[in-house]
Design a protein around this ligand. Structure first.
Ligand SMILES: Nc1ncnc2c1ncn2[C@@H]1O[C@H](COP(=O)(O)OP(=O)(O)OP(=O)(O)O)[C@@H](O)[C@H]1O
Ligand SMILES: [Mg+2]
Length: 455
């Protein structure tokens, strides 16, 4: 039930309004502007019925204060007939409506209903726009599927905490974007975001990379150098591909995380560092722990909040949204290009299982935009592997749904394989036969049967 606050100094008015609205609204009352404002601070109120002339703070003062705070409930002003001018003043201060005293019951009910409906509508519009804005993307991450919404939800919550996060997911699922989102949405956003790719740094340089070194720490260390831990102070240290870290460095990293301090290589000082750690890997770290290649204690240290990035094939519904975004971006980069996807091209994208995840989709769209010379991307503009996978999937569907018999489907599939091999090998029949593991003679017979013209 909507809650209505009646602010009037006259007991009789308060009581008659309470009687009038009983059953439709939950009525609370206040005998003056001060008391009314206090009530508003204490509980959610959907509508205010406000007397203008009251001892002490007037109704207009009340309105002015409410207006200043913004986002308050709508106000219907109650006024004696003689003071319509004041009512106009009240409307200027943001009152939704006014009724003159003594009020007609039906007219008042009607106005109350109207104001409440308007408010409910405004709320609904706000909720929907919020949902649209929030749910389509988070930072640079795009998606609106259930699995991505769940990821966004976790990201938002975890960003606000200082907890260490371990992001796991297949290659190209957006682990790095997720790490950046955690940094950008959190309280350390003003600090540095420092990424270390543990797979790309040679074993013998790792320690100095992470912790820095003093001058003369090893041959070639001519100057003192600050490590990534220290550079990330006050911000976030992103340890990418952490599964690739060797055993020595796992031990050193564990110590740094536990002690919240480091020692530079060749140095004797212990330097406290304030960093938030986000780690990522495309390996199954639990499995690595079981296997003995990753330290269990380090695993638990970093796996405080686990975040799994879902592979694209588990959220195929995001493909059109992502593809549209990449099309826009590619157009921006090339300065021109297609503005949309033909239906067949989009169907092929939606069917493909995306082993390379979002990165593969991004590349496919860039490839298509580069090749496309019309206004819409066609299937022919897409990488061959995607179109081919789409064709066999379409065949399967035709069989499943009874549009195509078994024999015909197999024949069609044979034909596809042969066309593909020929296309890939510039029409060279000897090579195509070899690639397919059949003789030249059999290839020729099948080409005749399926009406495939030699080049
Ligand atoms: N949800 C997404 N929305 C938009 N772009 C995305 C999304 N996920 C990934 N990408 C894009 O895909 C590419 C790969 O993303 P990213 O580098 O974050 O993946 P990764 O999981 O770190 O991959 P890898 O394990 O190979 O390092 C990037 O170009 C990124 O911009
Ligand atoms: Mg990555």
């Amino acid at each position: 039930m909507p809650r209505v606050l009646v602010v009037d100094d006259e007991t009789s008015v308060r009581e008659s309004l309470r009687m009038l609205l009983k059953g439709d609204c939950d009525v609370v009352t206040a005998d003056g502007a001060e008391a009314g404002l206090r009530t508003l601070a204490e509980m959610p109120v959907d509508l205010v019925l406000l007397d203008l002339v009251m001892p002490g703070k007037s109704g207009l003062d009340f309105l002015a204060e409410l207006h200043e705070r913004g986002d308050g409930p709508p106000v219907i002003v109650l006024t004696a007939t003689k003071t319509v001018d004041t009512a106009v003043e009240a409307m200027k201060l943001g009152a939704a409506d006014y009724v003159t005293k003594p009020f007609e019951v039906e007219a008042l009910r009607h106005k109350i209903r109207q104001a409440l409906e308007l408010r409910a509508l405004a709320h609904e519009v706000r909720r929907l726009t919020d949902e649209l804005e929030e749910r389509d993307r988070l930072g640079a991450l795009v998606g609106r599927s259930e699995p991505m919404r769940a990821v966004f939800h976790t990201l938002e919550r975890v960003a606000r905490s200082p907890a260490t996060v371990l992001i796991q997911g297949e290659s190209g699922t957006g682990k790095e974007l997720a790490a950046r989102a955690i940094h950008d949405l959190g309280s350390r956003a003003g600090g540095p975001f420092v990424a270390v790719n543990c797979a790309a740094i040679p074993e013998n340089l790792m320690e100095s990379e992470l912790f820095g070194h003093e001058r003369g720490a090893f041959t070639g260390a001519q100057d003192q150098r600050i490590g990534r831990f220290e550079s990330a102070a006050g911000g976030t240290l992103f340890l990418d591909e952490i599964g690739e870290l060797g055993p020595t460095h796992q031990a050193k990293l564990l110590r740094a995380i536990q002690e919240r301090s480091i020692e530079r290589l060749g140095g004797s000082k212990t330097i406290p560092v304030d960093v938030r750690i986000v780690a990522a890997t495309n390996r199954d770290l639990r499995h690595a722990v079981a296997e003995g290649s990753f330290r269990e204690d380090l695993f638990h240290r970093i796996n405080v909040v686990p975040l799994r990035m879902p592979p694209l094939r588990e959220r195929q519904g995001d493909v059109p949204l992502l593809a549209a975004g990449f099309l826009q971006a590619a157009r921006g980069e090339f300065g021109a290009g297609p503005t949309r996807f033909e239906r067949g091209a989009m169907a092929a994208l939606e069917r493909y299982p995306w082993p390379g995840n979002v990165r593969e989709l991004e590349n496919a769209v860039q490839h298509a935009v580069a090749l496309c010379d019309g206004d819409a991307v066609t299937r022919a503009d897409l990488p061959e592997a995607i179109v081919a996978a789409g064709r066999t999937e379409a065949l399967r569907e035709d069989v499943r749904e009874g549009r195509l018999g078994f024999e015909n489907a197999v024949a069609r599939f044979e034909g596809e394989l042969i066309r593909e091999a020929l296309a890939r090998l510039d029409g060279n029949q000897t090579k195509a036969a070899e690639a397919l593991g059949i003789t030249r003679r059999v290839l020729k017979i099948k080409m005749d049967r399926y009406g495939i013209e030699p080049e």
